[in-house]
Design a protein around this ligand. Structure first.
Ligand code: SF4
Length: 232
């Protein structure tokens, strides 16, 4: 006989696992269904050939109309989904992005504003762990400072920054979901550039190290492991 659950979530990507964590911490019993392979941090390998396994290798899909597209780099399957492998750039939308129709007569206005989302941006950046410099990022809309200082600029970035400065333009370190220092029990980045393979040391804010442990924490009544078997 099947056990009953309060909630069943389809897809163990960033959204599904974040929801699973929140619900489980709130005392709900949660089952997460995932079609792709179960993964944990120790499954990740810093290899470009291996990294291809994280990405969508199923047939091309239609997002709208009948134009099928292959997702290749920007999608994933298995625990963590596409958020398992990314280069960690977590920019905020600007106030004007929400009012394109009103301001420019194109697209549609959003039914909410940046001010509505700002507290959620603040919360998520502490939960995922963002590095950045809110003061240098002059174009950033109002919000809490990043929880970690920015990652250092390497030689090529410093050259580019000097070039922009000579043309009167300002630059800033990117906001990155990459640990510039140890954060919430996770190690800091060692700058080897394997974010595309998921970051085997856990310095990249992917769902295996952010939401999945919370969904399974002892306090939670537990997100069940259907489709995620093999994890501790
Ligand atoms: S240690 Fe840093 S550079 Fe290397 S994969 Fe992880 S986040 Fe990316």
């Amino acid at each position: 006989m099947m056990e009953s659950r309060d909630v069943v979530i389809v897809g163990a990507g960033a959204s599904g696992l974040m929801l699973a964590a929140r619900l489980a911490e709130g005392g709900q019993s949660v089952t997460v269904l995932e079609a792709g392979p179960a993964r944990q941090l120790s499954d990740l390998v810093s290899s470009q050939i291996w990294a291809r396994k994280l990405k969508w290798s199923e047939p091309a899909v239609s997002e709208s109309g009948d134009h099928k597209i292959g997702h290749a780099f920007n999608a994933g399957s298995g625990t963590g989904g596409s958020a398992l492998h990314h280069y960690g750039v977590w920019l905020r939308m600007h106030e004007g992005d929400f009012t394109l129709q009103s301001d420019h007569g194109v697209g549609l206005d959003w039914p909410l504003s940046y001010a509505d989302l700002a507290p959620h941006y603040d919360r998520v950046q502490t939960e995922v762990g963002l590095s950045g410099d809110a003061d240098q990022e002059r174009w950033r809309p109002q919000g809490a400072p990043y929880p970690m200082p920015p990652l250092p600029l390497f030689a090529q970035s410093r050259v580019l920054a000097r070039g922009f400065e000579k043309t009167g333009r300002h630059t800033s370190p990117l906001p990155l979901a990459i640990n510039s220092e140890p954060y919430e029990g996770r190690r800091s980045c060692q700058y080897d550039g394997w974010c595309d393979a998921g970051c085997p040391i856990g310095a990249l804010g992917n769902p295996l190290v952010t939401w999945l442990p919370r969904a399974r924490c002892r306090r939670a009544t537990g997100a069940q492991r259907h489709g995620l078997s093999g994890h501790p």
